[in-house]
Design a binder for this molecule. Structure first.
Ligand code: ATP
Ligand code: MG
Length: 451
C-alpha cells in the first residue's frame, strides 16, 4: 500500500545552474545537498507523534528546512502517492489521508563525495540508492532509511516536482544562502512625501521586493495587526496615522532579511532613533509626526505571520485564450508554475457566446466587445484556478499589459509580451480583483476550491 515501507534513499536536486556551478567550485570535494518532501500521515499527527518522528529524522542526520501541518487536498495526495495509484486499496488510502491534518516537511541532507560527478552519474547514483542506509537509527533494530520514518517519494523528478507543488515559495539555493523574507511597512506620511527615496534606499541595500500592496488600512485591520499595542499610550496616534492614507506593504527578500532590515531601521522611538542618525527611522522621520515611519518584522516567525496577514494565500481565475491555447499552452503553463502558482483547478473548454458575454460583461458596449467575444469563442480555452499569496495581483503582473506592444516595452518578461498575437488574442485573461475572481471561479467551476 502507499504507506508501506519503500526501499528508497533521499534524492538529489540540483535546482539551478548557480547551485551547480557553486558545487563544481568546491574543488574536488563536492558537497551535494539533497532535498525531499516528507509526509507524516494523519494517524501519527493525531496521536501526537510528530515531534518524535522529527527527532528520528534529525538523529538520522537529516535537517528539516520547512515543516507545516496541513490538510491535504485529494489532488495533493494523488500527486504525492502517484506511484501507488494502481494498488487496489488506493482510493481508501486517499480517503484515509483526508481524515485529518498531515505534517509536510522539507528534509535535506548534505553528502560529501570525493569526485566531481557528472550530472548524469549523480542522478543515477542518487536515486538508485542502496537500500541499506548507512545511518543506524537509535531505537530501531535494523538499519532504516528515511522512508521508513515518514513517506518520501523516490525519484529526482518526483522530488523536484513535489517540492514545487507543496512549497511553491521554497527555493533550494535560497535556503542555502539564508535568503529570508520580511515584512516592511512604509507608513502613509512617508509614502506621500518620500516614496521614491525610500524605495531606492531599500533596493540599494540589496533587498528585492517580492510582493507589494498599496492599501488604505481600516481601523479594524490596524487593531488586528497591532493587537499587542492596543491600549498603549501611543496606540491612538498610531491608529490615526495608519488610517490617514495609503500605506505601502512590502515583502522584502535578501540574505538574513529579517535582522538586516531591523538593523537598518534602528530604535523604535524617534527620540532614540535620532541618537543614531544613520538609522532609517531617523533619516525618514517626518516633521511633526510623533511616530516612526517604517516597520519591520522582529523575527522569522513574526515575518511569516505578518506576511500571511497582508498577503494571504489567494485564488485567482486565469484563462489561456483560444489562439494561445492552440500554440503556446505548454510554455504558458511552465511560466505559471515557475512563478510559484499552484494550479488548483484546470479544464479545457470552449466558452459559449453566452459565457464570454457574461465574462466580459463590464466591457459590453465598447467598440471591441463583439470581436472580443468572437475571439474568446473560436476554440477551446485552458481555464484555471491559480493559488498563491497575493495571486490576483501577481497573475496580472505575470500577464503584463493588455496591449502586447506596450507589454513588450514595459514588461518584456510577461506572458503577453512573449505570446500575445494582438490586443484581442492577447494570450491570457486574469481577474482584476478578488471579487471578480470569486465570481468567475463560481461561474466556471461552480465554487471556490476547498483550500
Ligand atoms: P483581461 O480582462 O482579458 O484579463 P485586462 O484586464 O488586462 O485583460 P481589459 O481592459 O479588462 O484588460 O480588457 C479585456 C480584454 O479586452 C483584453 O484582454 C483585450 O483582449 C480586449 N481589449 C481591451 N482593450 C481593447 C482595445 N482598445 N481594443 C481591442 N481590444 C481590447
Ligand atoms: Mg479585465
Amino acid at each position: 500500500m502507499a504507506g508501506k515501507k519503500k526501499e528508497i534513499q533521499i534524492q538529489t536536486i540540483i535546482s539551478d545552474q548557480n547551485q551547480w556551478d557553486e558545487m563544481l567550485l568546491t574543488n574536488g570535494i563536492v558537497e551535494v545537498l539533497t532535498y525531499a518532501v516528507g509526509i507524516i500521515k494523519p494517524d501519527d499527527v493525531l496521536a501526537g507523534h510528530v515531534e518524535e518522528i522529527k527527532k528520528k529524522i534529525k538523529d538520522a542526520g537529516f535537517d528539516i528546512k520547512a515543516d507545516e501541518e496541513r490538510m491535504l487536498t485529494e489532488e495533493q495526495i494523488r500527486v504525492f502517492y502517484a506511484q501507488n495509484k494502481e494498488e487496489p486499496d488506493f482510493d481508501a488510502f486517499v480517503q484515509f489521508m483526508m481524515t485529518g491534518p498531515c505534517q509536510v516537511l522539507i528534509i535535506t541532507k548534505k553528502e560529501a563525495t570525493d569526485a566531481i560527478p557528472h550530472w548524469k552519474d549523480l542522478r543515477k547514483t542518487s536515486y538508485s540508492g542502496e537500500p541499506e542506509e548507512k545511518v543506524k537509527l537509535p531505537g530501531l533494530t535494523k538499519p532504516e532509511s528515511l522512508v521508513n520514518i515518514c513517506d518520501v517519494q523516490d525519484s529526482v523528478e518526483d522530488a523536484s516536482r513535489q517540492l514545487a507543488f507543496f512549497f511553491p515559495n521554497f527555493h533550494a539555493s535560497e535556503a542555502e544562502h539564508h535568503i529570508e523574507r520580511t515584512l516592511a511597512i512604509i507608513r502613509p506620511n512617508l509614502l506621500k512625501e518620500r516614496r521614491e527615496s525610500i524605495l531606492q534606499r531599500i533596493k540599494d541595500d540589496g533587498f528585492q521586493i517580492a510582493m507589494q500592496k498599496e492599501i488604505i488600512l481600516s481601523e479594524e485591520q490596524v487593531r488586528l495587526f497591532y493587537k499587542e499595542h492596543v491600549g498603549q499610550d501611543y496606540f491612538l496616534v498610531l491608529l490615526e496615522q495608519m488610517t490617514s492614507g495609503p500605506t505601502l506593504v512590502l515583502a522584502l527578500t535578501r540574505e538574513n532579511a529579517v535582522s538586516h532590515w531591523r538593523g537598518l531601521l534602528g530604535p523604535k522611538t524617534l527620540e532614540e532613533a535620532k541618537e543614531n542618525p544613520e538609522s532609517l527611522r531617523a533619516q525618514y522621520a517626518i516633521e511633526n509626526v510623533p511616530i516612526n515611519q517604517l516597520h519591520g518584522s522582529s523575527s522569522l516567525t513574526d515575518a511569516q505571520k505578518e506576511l500571511e496577514f497582508f498577503f494571504p494565500e489567494e485564488q485567482t481565475f486565469a484563462l489561456i485564450k483560444p489562439e494561445a491555447a492552440k500554440t503556446h499552452k505548454d510554455e504558458i503553463i511552465k511560466k505559471v508554475k515557475d512563478a510559484g502558482f499552484s494550479i488548483s483547478r484546470v479544464k479545457e473548454q470552449a466558452l459559449t457566446r453566452e459565457m464570454a458575454e457574461q465574462f466580459y460583461k463590464d466591457h459590453k458596449g465598447k467598440p471591441f466587445f463583439e470581436e472580443l467575444v468572437n475571439c474568446m469563442t473560436q476554440g477551446p480555452s485552458v481555464i484555471m484556478v491559480l493559488s498563491k499569496e497575493n495571486a490576483v495581483e501577481e497573475w496580472r503582473n505575470l500577464m503584463g499589459p493588455a496591449d502586447p506592444e506596450e507589454a513588450k516595452k514595459t514588461c518584456p518578461e510577461s506572458i503577453r509580451a512573449q505570446f500575445a498575437h494582438d490586443i484581442l488574442s492577447n494570450a491570457v485573461h486574469g481577474s482584476s480583483n478578488i471579487e471578480h475572481a470569486v465570481r468567475s471561479i463560481r461561474f466556471l467551476f461552480g465554487g471556490l476550491d476547498a483550500d
